[in-house]
Design a protein around this ligand. Structure first.
Ligand SMILES: Nc1ncnc2c1ncn2[C@@H]1O[C@H](COP(=O)(O)OP(=O)(O)OP(=O)(O)O)[C@@H](O)[C@H]1O
Ligand SMILES: [Mg+2]
Length: 295
């Protein structure tokens, strides 16, 4: 029984519903399909996604069809998306690290079972209420939506901006594509910006082909071992990117060094310190210059 609409994304509408038979609250996502309902590949992907069983992955319970729409029934997670929390500057550097470590473990679980996510982005990470614990949503959905095509109203740029260069070129996405998108998601949380997002889809895709500004340069105050690992994940060549295990270890190793106040505050303080330093230097030069001209 549908109870309320939770939200909508590029591909469909999500509702909170009550499963009367098993007496549990569930999330139902309805994806409009364009004549590709019986696609076997879609079914295989959904079956693989449903076999994933990990605390860092939103469990897919069931898949059905109604009036040409695919209905995906999954675990309901009370919380907010990482996109929303990062946008509100609600997370500390350390909380972002803890979420990142969770996501590495969850993804590793999926990859070891041959399931690639293909659409990792802050909107597909649900942060559990009151905890820095994260769950990946929409596993296997990229294949269904490939078949359905992006709707005109969808947030196309929001999806493109996290896409690996190989996906943007239309090539098959392997585990390395997920590593790239996960790293870009964390890069954005720590730096406050997505380096590839532009005002339109064409400019965004064009930017994906170029290397992003290094996180190490944007946040020199973060542990170098961490920022360099994230930067390495953004290598345009998939075979040069670190493994999930390597990224996970780099994050875990730096957790104790990460600040526990909101990341935005640290970024602003960093900028302010730089600005004060610059002002002091300019002042000193002026005073010195003054002294020289007017002895
Ligand atoms: N299992 C779930 N439990 C709780 N909330 C959910 C669940 N699945 C989705 N949501 C919420 O529903 C909203 C819409 O999700 P949806 O996946 O449709 O959008 P999206 O991720 O922005 O786009 P896309 O279609 O590209 O995945 C999000 O705000 C998300 O928090
Ligand atoms: Mg989603």
């Amino acid at each position: 029984m549908i109870e309320r609409r939770i939200g909508s994304g590029g591909f469909g509408v999500v509702y909170e519903a009550w499963d009367g038979r098993l007496e549990r609250a569930v999330a139902v996502k309805a994806i409009e399909q364009h004549g590709s309902g019986g696609d076997e590949r879609v079914l295989r992907e959904a079956q693989a996604a449903a076999r994933l069983n990990h605390p860092g992955i939103v469990t897919l319970y069931e898949m059905g069809e109604e009036d040409g729409s695919a209905l995906l029934v999954s675990e309901l997670v009370e919380g907010s998306t990482l996109a929303r929390l990062a946008g509100e500057d609600a997370l500390s550097d350390r909380e972002i690290g803890e979420i990142g470590a969770d996501l590495c473990e969850a993804l590793d679980h999926a990859h070891s079972r041959g399931v690639i996510h293909r659409d990792i982005k802050p909107q597909n990470v649900q942060v559990v209420d009151g905890q820095p614990r994260a769950k990946l949503m929409d596993f296997g959905i990229a294949s269904i939506t490939d078949a359905a095509g992006l709707t005109a109203t969808g947030d196309v740029i929001g999806t493109l901006a996290y896409m690996s260069p190989e996906q943007a070129e239309g090539l098959e996405a392997g585990p390395e594509a997920d590593v790239y998108s996960l790293a870009l998601t964390l890069y954005e949380c720590w730096s406050g910006e997505n380096p590839h997002r532009r005002g339109n889809a064409v400019a965004t895709v064009r930017s994906i082909g170029r290397r992003a500004r290094s996180l190490h340069r944007l946040r020199p105050d973060l542990p170098r071992g961490l920022t360099e690992e994230i930067d390495a994940c953004l290598d345009p060549r998939p075979d040069r990117r670190p493994t999930l295990e390597e990224v996970g270890t780099a994050i875990e190793d730096s957790l104790d060094l990460l600040a526990d106040h909101p990341a935005g505050q640290t970024r602003h303080v960093g900028l302010r310190v730089a600005a004060i330093g610059l002002a002091a230097a300019v002042g000193a030069v002026l005073v010195l210059g003054h002294g020289l001209v007017l002895p």
